[in-house]
Write a protein that binds this ligand. Structure first.
Ligand code: IMP
Ligand code: MG
Length: 180
């Protein structure tokens, strides 16, 4: 069974619920009197985004983009591929990009630049996890839940080719799983 593959839980479900509440309230306050376009980066943004938006008390539009820099492995390929674009026109809108984690920073940097290029009024970023030591690009998330050490993690949206996204917490896999 899936959960038998987990060596250690890094962020519990309860912690993630608290993170979503805290971030949602902060975003609601920061964007007061504004409307928001939340763009989730699939597939990792789910279920973090689902929980986050329930804590945002603003008129909020949702859209999704499929972007990938990993291709099912355990390290970034250094190149972002947009496999499916949003259908919303971002011109003049306040955009919040949501993803599971910021690692090298490549994904958020490129998607942010793209939306600014298309004429968004503002673009901010929100992630559940910040792997600070992994950073290669000059970007930090405007909102993040918690920092984690430079380990490969799975769960709550994060996968190891292509499983574990539905694990209800963030954890580290047992070494033997990588040998399978
Ligand atoms: P970045 O472009 O290097 O910042 O990476 C962001 C993307 O890499 C995220 O959307 C994840 O899909 C993936 N990623 C980064 N670290 C991990 C991890 O520890 N486990 C699973 N996916 C990860
Ligand atoms: Mg991802």
């Amino acid at each position: 069974m899936m959960k038998d593959d987990i060596k250690e839980v890094l962020v519990s479900r309860e912690q993630i619920e608290t993170i979503c509440k805290t971030l949602g309230e902060k975003i609601t306050e920061d964007y007061k009197d504004k409307k928001l376009l939340v763009v989730g980066l699939l597939r990792g943004c789910m279920p973090f985004m689902a929980e986050l938006i329930l804590n945002i008390n603003l008129y909020t539009e949702l859209d999704y983009m499929v972007a990938s820099s990993y291709e099912g492995g355990t390290s970034s390929t250094g190149h972002l591929v947009i496999k499916s674009d949003i259908t919303t026109d971002v011109k003049g809108k306040d955009v919040l990009i949501v993803d599971d984690i910021i690692d090298t920073g490549l994904t958020l940097k490129e998607v942010k630049a793209l939306f600014l290029n298309r004429g968004a009024a503002s673009v901010k970023t929100c992630v559940m996890l910040d792997k600070t030591e992994g950073r290669k690009e000059n970007i930090n998330a405007d909102y993040f839940g918690t920092t984690i050490p430079n380990k490969f993690v799975v769960g709550y949206g994060l996968d190891y080719g292509p499983y574990y996204r539905n694990l209800p917490y963030v954890g580290v896999l047992k070494e033997e799983v990588y040998k399978k």
